[in-house]
Design a protein around this ligand. Structure first.
Ligand code: SF4
Length: 303
């Protein structure tokens, strides 16, 4: 690759990267919290919740020891509630298996409950400054466009090999922060701002698009790169899982909410709510299996 790509990208990041609180930390616990929150939630919504979370549970021991219901209550509004349970399970694992000290290498970090390849790599890099490669959607998109081009969607193994090849030795923290930030701010999914991209000169995708004849009728408007359609949320199973947990959060601590009340409240919230009692029992059973509630014949409550 062009040998000055790391310099150009990191210089750009130093000037234009956002000042985000987790970028000031090398605490693996804080990095884990940030990465788990950022998995499904936008940065501007994560920032205040990340700071509040660390105020409430400043270290891994505090999180491991707290009642799970408190964490699920805290998670209200962030969505994908299973992340709250996994976060605590990871904290409990670090206490039980490692005496409270996070492992430092990717293979060991992947043993934490709920921690996959990306999060393990992010902790190793952003907490311990290891020169490791990993790819979230933003990194992956930049890698594909910059080095593969042609609107290519590389296989996971291809992307991982590419990511490993391009991490500059000794600068893994800066590189991964920078390439991730470029994907978030400039090389976006729908409309990459190639004119202000610091690595446009070496970009395979940009070169191919400039070489291609303009599309008739577009009048020189920038071509938009197709984005995956999202599926409707309201009425989905995930929607009802979230609704059930909101109802349990509103109940007094420790008090179960009867199935009849849950069914009534769900019907009030969405006119098309399924009315089959077996469907509701199955939904509650799934949430219980994920550790998000406790259920018996009396009803369901937070754990
Ligand atoms: S030139 Fe455009 S497509 Fe290539 S990396 Fe930069 S923003 Fe992305």
């Amino acid at each position: 690759m062009d040998t000055d790509i790391p310099d150009r990208l990191i210089d750009w990041f130093r000037q234009h990267g956002r000042d985000l609180p987790w970028r000031h930390s090398r605490d693996p616990y804080a990095i884990l919290v940030a990465e788990v929150m950022l998995q499904q939630t936008q940065v501007d919504r994560v920032v205040p919740r990340y700071l509040a979370f660390l105020d409430a549970w400043p270290d891994v021991a505090a999180l491991a020891a707290t009642p799970t219901a408190e964490i699920i209550r805290f998670w209200s509004g962030l969505g994908y509630n299973r992340r709250a349970v996994n976060l605590q399970r990871a904290a409990q694992w670090v206490i039980a298996e490692c005496g409270g000290a996070f492992p430092r290498d990717v293979a060991s970090l992947r043993r934490l409950p709920g921690v996959g390849a990306y999060t393990a790599g992010a902790i190793a890099c952003f907490a311990f400054e290891a020169d490791v490669a990993f790819a979230d959607t933003n990194i992956r998109r930049v890698l594909e466009r910059q080095w593969l081009g042609g609107g290519a969607a590389g296989r996971d193994a291809t992307i991982q090999q590419l990511a490993e090849r391009v991490v500059p030795p000794g600068r893994g923290w800066w590189w991964n922060q920078a390439i991730m930030e470029l994907g978030a701010l400039v090389c976006t999914a729908r409309a990459p701002a190639c004119q202000r991209c610091p690595i446009a000169a070496s970009c395979a995708d940009y070169a191919q698009r400039r070489a291609a004849p303009p599309l008739i009728g577009l009048g020189g408007a920038p071509q938009r790169i197709a984005e995956r359609r999202s599926t409707p949320f309201a009425g989905s199973r995930r929607y009802y899982r979230g609704r059930v947990l909101e109802l349990l959060r509103a109940a007094p601590p420790g008090a179960p909410v009867a199935y009849a009340i849950l069914a009534q409240q769900l019907a009030g919230a969405a006119s098309a709510a399924p009315t089959d009692p077996d469907w509701l029992r199955q939904l509650v059973a799934d949430l219980a299996r994920d550790g998000l509630l406790v259920a018996d014949d009396a009803g369901a409550r937070l754990p």
